[in-house]
Design a protein around this ligand. Structure first.
Ligand code: MN
Length: 228
């Protein structure tokens, strides 16, 4: 069997301490997972019902490549988030089984066309053009889970041009990683290669062309990039 056109490239991420790369299957994202961020967006957190959306795998920007300023927006916002990479999957996963499925951790930006998201919310339209655009997901190299010392006091932060924009303890998440994986797996069959963006703390704001960002999950992973 041969394909009729050239096969699309497999998006992937580097792995810290390895020459191998992590192939990306899907990118899932949770919304409103830090109460202060939900408040700044004028939303309320529904603790009983986590809210998910997706980005295409080829929206991931790896290896610190430049992020082109997207078309059709004048309000490109940063959302710094911990990213969880899965080495296993399944359906209806129990929270207690979730940790064993994790390959590693990284940090990324859930870039958002905030003006188009506001229009979509007002009209009851889907969020795809606001969230799932090309180059909307810069992600760091992944730290293998067995090398990542993470707890509630681990710090997630973003600086832009050297100025602190967002910072939070992971303990501020409404839904922890095991709960996110369990909830997602009731909606989708999770598989190896899946990435999960785990939500952003307060402080989201606009990025301009030429801005340089530094996103960090302190002691675990970091990425430097530029809006081109
Ligand atoms: Mn987000």
């Amino acid at each position: 069997m041969t394909y009729a056109i050239a096969t699309p490239a497999v998006p992937s991420l580097p792995i810290i301490g390895s020459d191998q790369r992590f192939p990306i299957r899907r990118v899932f994202c949770i919304g409103r997972n830090y109460a202060e961020h939900a408040r700044e967006m004028g939303a309320v957190v529904d603790k009983s019902a986590p809210m998910f959306f997706c980005k295409p795998a080829d929206a991931v920007v790896s290896d610190g490549a430049d992020v082109p300023y997207p078309s059709m927006t004048t309000e490109l916002h940063h959302e710094v988030e911990m990213v969880v990479a899965l080495a296993g999957g399944g359906r209806d996963i129990a929270p207690a089984q979730a940790a064993a499925l994790i390959f590693g951790y990284g940090v990324g930006l859930d870039l958002t066309r905030r003006d188009l998201q506001a229009q979509a919310k007002a009209k009851g339209h889907p969020w795809d053009v606001a969230k799932a655009f090309d180059h909307s997901a810069p992600v760091s190299a992944l730290r293998p889970a067995h090398e990542a010392a993470l707890d509630d006091d681990s710090v997630l932060r973003l600086t832009v041009n050297g100025e602190l924009r967002q910072q939070s303890r992971l303990g501020e998440m409404v839904h922890g990683v095991p709960q996110i994986i369990a909830a997602l797996s009731t909606l989708f069959e999770l598989k190896p290669g899946d990435l999960i963006f785990t939500g952003t703390p307060a402080g989201v704001a606009a990025l301009q062309r030429g801005d340089r960002f530094h996103a960090e999950l302190v002691g675990v992973a970091a990425i430097d990039g530029r809006i081109a």
